[in-house]
Design a protein around this ligand. Sequence first.
Ligand code: HEM
Length: 127
Amino acid sequence: MDLLDTRLYELIGEEGFTKLVAAFYRRVPDDDILGPLYPKHDMPGAEMRLREFLIMRFGGPETYALKRGHPRLRMRHARFHVNRAARDRWVSLMEDALAEVALPAEATMILHKFFDDAATFLINREG
Ligand code: HEM
């Protein structure tokens, strides 16, 4: 993990992550690829899990781990059909969300790289 990563929470705070994840999840339900994969009845819950995970990953409070334990993201995504198209769409919605919330340029760069790599790592189906 890059040293800068642990300073991101200092830089954008809970508010930065909250705005970003809200902007992302606003785009999910109507998306033709991602919409059907997410829990319709629990979008606020899904939003909270991603927000708390990112806050922890980038140097903030460890609320996510206290509630859910070790992230084990590959395992937690195993039951979802994450192929290249789903991965690309996820990254593209997140890029739109990053553009919308306009965080400081350094923060956007760090997050962009993280999402790009992490989403590739989560691909678990070929087609
Ligand atoms: C950078 C990439 C990604 C990160 C950091 C990420 C992170 C997360 C986290 C933290 C959760 C909640 C896990 C839990 O505590 O149970 C989650 C759930 C989920 N993710 Fe991802 N994810 C990423 C990419 C993707 C991609 C590419 C897909 C494509 C289909 C996807 C689909 C889902 C779905 C459907 C859920 C279930 C929603 C829920 O109930 O929380 N994710 N993700």
